[in-house]
Design a protein around this ligand. Structure first.
Ligand code: UT7
Length: 363
């Protein structure tokens, strides 16, 4: 069994802030932001919240999939910026949708890799026969953890939510590749406001700079990490699944910076047309960027049955990863040959490892 994407949805805050508006309170310019990032505007929450956007995106994905809330067995929400800690965002979504049969939990902290990791988690549950239908959501209100005085970060980020419904179906499973490097985590940090307690520590620690409660980023370090690691992990996931670049119809990359996407395409030797982008409209919405883009492509009719998509996320942790999926074919049409199927026994793992290092040497 595999978890097939059969519906998508998104929810974008109504309020839009373009670069010129941003330039009124931080020293920057529309020209600089467009040139260095590709971002033109971002959407910022006013009455919306991470929970409300996640719920709305989820609702639209269910409608798109033709699946009822009661049919959902699992709700996973990837977020680093929820308005609630308890109950978790996924349980709030469950309540709002009436998904009474679902098991719900959040994937916090994976940030811009969040959707890929949540997708992989849901896929594994579905492939393992634990659940039949899952709702996977990325929802962020990054504006609430952005330092609006820091031009190195505030120009990039935006708010929004995207969702996908996955159904267990017959098919060949593609294995994902994911990595983490905690030793390099300093490049992208945000301190929790809950790191003090009233007994052993002062509730307001004078040594803590207020700015530490907002996202702090070594932009150049993250940029270099992304343009090196994303092409590597894409090659890795292709080799692991015995696929080639030509087998991939679209690369759905985390929407961080246009220059990063262009650099990845160039390093892979793939045409930029295979890398759809929408960051000009939303900025970097962390875990929401991939599902928002998926939903836009779906609703625009760009996604076609049988196409192979490669999702790649990267960000805080540092974390990065890539997953390949086939869009379901319409019922009654001939099934595609989906590449090879792996039963991951220990022996198979050894064979895969050998193949990967052999192919890596060749690439
Ligand atoms: O979601 C995953 C995590 N995030 C990312 O993937 C982001 C990765 N990093 C980036 O996208 C880029 O590093 C940034 C967009 C954050 C910064 O772009 P950059 O090209 O790396 O700029 P820089 O930090 O190297 O700065 C270049 C110049 C500097 O001026 P000098 O020293 O050359 O005179 C900066 O002071 O640009 C200046 N600068 C700005 N100027 C106008 C930096 N930020 C701004 C700004 N407006 N917002």
């Amino acid at each position: 069994m595999i978890g097939s994407i059969c519906g998508t949805g998104s929810c974008i805050p109504r309020y839009t802030m373009d670069n010129n508006e941003l330039a009124k309170f931080v020293e920057t310019s529309d020209e600089w932001i467009r040139e260095r990032t590709g971002v033109i505007r971002r959407h910022i929450i006013k009455e919306e919240t991470t929970v409300s956007m996640a719920s709305e995106a989820g609702k639209r994905a269910l409608e798109n999939a033709g699946v009822s809330a009661e049919q959902i067995d699992l709700i996973l929400v990837a977020t680093i910026s929820s308005n609630v800690l308890l109950p978790c965002t996924a349980c709030e979504v469950q309540k709002n949708l009436g998904a009474v049969n679902a098991t719900c939990f959040d994937l916090g902290g994976a940030a811009c890799s969040g959707f890929v990791l949540a997708y992989n988690t849901a896929e594994a549950y579905l492939a393992g026969g634990v659940y039949k239908t899952a709702l996977v959501i990325g929802s962020e209100s990054l504006s609430s953890i952005t330092n609006w005085n820091d031009r190195g970060t505030c120009i990039l980020f935006g708010d929004g939510a995207g969702a996908a419904v996955l159904k267990a179906e017959e098919g060949v499973r593609y294995l994902p590749v994911t990595h983490s490097d905690g030793a390099k985590g300093e490049a992208l940090i945000c301190r929790s406001r809950y790191d003090t307690n009233g007994i052993t520590k002062k509730t307001s620690d004078a040594s803590v700079n207020e700015e530490e409660y907002f996202i702090q980023m070594d932009g150049q370090a993250v940029f270099k990490f992304a343009v090196k690691k994303v092409p590597e992990v894409i090659k890795e996931v292709l080799v692991l699944n015995c696929l080639e670049k030509k087998d991939i119809d679209l690369y759905i990359l985390h929407q961080a910076n246009r220059r990063i996407v262009e650099a990845v395409a160039k390093r892979l030797g793939e045409p930029i047309e295979k890398f759809p982008m929408n960051l000009q409209e939303y900025g970097n919405t962390s875990s929401a960027s991939i599902p928002i883009l998926l939903d836009e492509l779906n609703r625009a009719g760009t996604l076609k049955p049988g196409q192979k998509l490669l999702l790649a996320g990267f960000g805080a942790g540092l974390t990065w990863g890539a997953s390949i999926l086939s869009l379901p074919r319409k019922p009654g049409t001939k099934k595609l040959r989906f590449g090879r199927c792996f039963t991951v026994t220990e022996q198979a793992k050894r064979v895969i490892k050998r193949k990967i290092s052999k192919r890596k040497r060749r690439l």
